[in-house]
Structure formats: structure tokens, C-alpha cells
Design a protein around this ligand. Structure first.
Ligand SMILES: Nc1nc2c(ncn2[C@@H]2O[C@H](COP(=O)(O)OP(=O)(O)O)[C@@H](O)[C@H]2O)c(=O)[nH]1
Ligand SMILES: [Mg+2]
Ligand SMILES: [Zn+2]
Length: 328
């Protein structure tokens, strides 16, 4: 049959990305697709020219599919990767409705700095986020409550879940239904296990599976898009050890800690960075126990990191990539 006889779409959805090849959802099928060399020339400071979630324009070469262009992105969830000459942006997912920041409250222990780095990035990118505290079957109630209340004070929705007892899974399902969601967090927190619990047909690899196999298979090593039986889709991501926000101007960081934004409206200086300025209401609240210390510490650590990367001379100038319109 002449392939030209069958009507074929010229747009597709990127569902997985490798070094030079990726997979796209095209007319209901998952197909391999090649990236045109030109895309690499136009990628700016981006590690890869395409990302999971991208809507792409494609063309056909016999039966091969080639990606010609990335369509404008609605939003971009990304992180900074330290490069030799200048830092790169790694786009983890695009065009998403929300990011679920998944944490364990047992093993690995909850890390507020990791969660805060990701939550701040979502706020900067204009992507709604939800904090998931998983493995509550193993948590100490008082510690769990302390974590939870520090985030409700930060106006962040918190879900408590267990992929072992099933607690909180109904609420998780309600949040995921009909949305495109990214699951993000350290490796080992239970992202893939939660997804398998919700939709057993997904059969995502979890840590136990790969440990028991000596075949050299790894748990999630690439972001991958999966449709959900209840409607919507999830993007399972490889876990990270360190999450570095990309492109947040240091003086804007304070806008992305909601509870500080409110407290800070009373600071003596309108541009107060809440570091050591006189008349700072944020520092005052911290000293009176009205602001979680963990959140304030995260803020300061991030502020210093962003200042060392983006402050002063702008040595890590952001270069335009394909989505300069949706750069935040
Ligand atoms: N006790 C307990 N263990 C869990 C829970 N969720 C996941 N795990 C375990 O945590 C480990 C890592 O899970 P995995 O889904 O691979 O984590 P991922 O790296 O975030 O995808 C596995 O051994 C799971 O069985 C939970 O709610 N409670
Ligand atoms: Mg996983
Ligand atoms: Zn202040």
C-alpha cells in the first residue's frame, strides 16, 4: 500500500525523549520519531530541543516519522543542570495542568529543601502544584502533622497517601482525574508504586522489581507520559538527588513563598529580601514561631544559590530556546 494514500496527522504528542530519538503519540499509537538536526541548532540553553508533553509538527519519510518543529508551549517545568561553559536548562515536561511533588515521610526521610525547591519552581513557572506526603503508614503522627501544617500555612494543597494501605488514594485519584500531571520527587519516594496502585495496567517499574533483577534494568530513567484509565495522564519522571531551579531572578524568589509574601507586605522596605533588613516582618514571624523555620531556611539557601548563579554580571545569561514565550 502506498503510505501516501492513508490520511495522516501532521501533529503528534511527545511521550518519551531519548538522546536523539523520541516516542510520540500519533493517531492513537505510540511511534518512534527522529529529531531533525535543525532542532538542535535552535535549542538555545536547553539540553534537549524537545520534551515530554510537547506538541510537535511532524513529517514522514517513507514510514519514518521526523519531528520538524515544536509548537508553542503553554508552560514549562524545568530544572537547571550545571554545564561546563554555561548552565543548561533541562525541560522535564511541558503543557501540564499540575505538578505533584511526591515525598516520602519515612525512607527516604522528608526533605523540606527538596520539596521547597520544586514548589518554588512550579510557582515561578505558573504551574499549580500539590504536595503529596506518601508512606504515611510508616510516619510518626506528630512529625507528619508538623510537615503538613507548614505547607497549609504556605497555601499549598497537601495530600497524605499510602500505597500500602490505600489511605488517601481516593483523594489522589480525584486530583489526577482528567488532568495532565507530572509526578516529581526524589527517587524511592513511591511515585511509580502510587501510579500502579491507581492504575494496575500501567505496570511501572518500582525499586523492588529492579533490585530483584540482575539484568541491569533500572527504575524510571526517562520521563514518560502515560494515559490514565480514569481520564487524564501522568508523566512519571526519573528521581533526582538535587533539584536546582532554573532562571528565577533572586529578588523574585520571595514572591514564590506564599506565606512570606503575606507576612512581607508589612516589612519596612518594599523590596525587603527578608535576610537581615531592619523592620523585617518575616524575620520577626520566624523568631515568634509564626513561620516554619524549615521554610525560611529553604528560602535563604535558595536565595544564595540564585544570587551566585544569576546575580551580578549575569554570567549565566538565559539564551532563548524554542519556548521563549513560555520561559516561566
Ligand atoms: N511503606 C510504604 N512503602 C512504599 C509506599 N509507596 C512505595 N513504597 C516502597 O518504596 C519503594 C520505592 O518505590 P518506587 O515506586 O519505586 O519509588 P519512585 O522511585 O518514587 O518511583 C518501593 O520499595 C515501594 O514498595 C508506601 O506508601 N508505604
Ligand atoms: Mg519510579
Ligand atoms: Zn522582610
Amino acid at each position: 500500500m502506498n503510505p501516501a494514500d492513508t490520511p495522516r496527522s501532521n501533529t503528534a504528542l511527545v511521550v518519551r525523549v531519548d538522546a536523539r530519538q523520541c516516542e510520540v503519540l500519533l493517531d492513537g499509537d505510540i511511534r518512534p520519531a527522529l529529531l531533525r538536526g535543525r532542532l538542535f541548532e535552535e535549542r538555545g540553553s536547553d539540553k534537549s530541543p524537545v520534551a515530554v508533553g510537547d506538541s510537535v509538527t511532524i513529517s514522514y519519510e517513507n514510514d519514518d516519522i521526523a519531528i520538524d518543529a515544536v509548537q508553542e508551549r503553554r508552560n514549562v517545568f524545568s530544572r537547571r543542570v550545571a554545564g561546563e561553559d554555561y548552565d543548561l536548562r533541562q525541560v522535564l515536561a511541558t503543557n501540564v495542568d499540575q505538578v505533584l511533588v511526591v515525598n516520602s515521610v519515612d525512607v527516604p526521610p522528608f526533605s523540606s529543601i527538596v520539596a521547597d525547591r520544586i514548589l518554588t519552581t512550579c510557582s515561578f513557572a505558573g504551574i499549580p502544584s500539590v504536595l503529596v506526603l506518601n508512606k504515611i503508614d510508616r510516619a510518626k503522627p506528630r512529625k507528619l502533622e508538623r510537615i503538613r501544617s507548614s505547607y497549609t500555612a504556605a497555601k499549598i494543597e497537601v495530600l497524605l497517601t499510602s500505597a500500602v494501605t490505600g489511605e488517601g488514594i481516593e483523594s489522589l485519584l480525584a486530583v489526577l482525574r482528567d488532568q495532565t500531571s507530572v509526578l516529581y520527587g526524589l527517587s524511592g519516594v513511591g511515585k511509580s508504586t502510587l501510579m500502579n496502585y491507581i492504575d494496575p495496567t500501567l505496570k511501572l517499574e518500582t525499586r523492588e522489581t529492579s533490585n530483584s533483577l540482575m539484568s541491569g534494568r533500572h527504575t524510571t530513567s526517562h520521563s514518560r507520559w502515560y494515559p490514565l484509565a480514569v481520564g487524564g495522564a501522568v508523566i512519571d519522571t526519573p528521581g533526582v538527588r538535587k533539584f536546582r531551579p532554573f532562571g528565577i531572578p533572586p529578588h523574585e524568589l520571595r514572591l514564590h513563598f506564599a506565606e512570606m509574601l503575606e507576612l512581607g507586605s508589612g516589612c519596612r522596605f518594599p523590596a525587603c529580601l527578608h535576610r537581615d533588613e531592619p523592620g523585617c516582618k518575616v524575620i520577626e514571624a520566624r523568631d515568634h514561631g509564626d513561620l516554619a523555620l524549615s521554610r525560611y531556611r529553604s528560602y535563604l539557601e535558595l536565595l544564595e544559590e540564585l544570587e551566585s548563579v544569576y546575580g551580578g554580571t549575569g554570567r549565566n545569561e538565559v539564551k532563548d530556546g524554542p519556548d521563549h514565550k513560555a520561559r516561566r
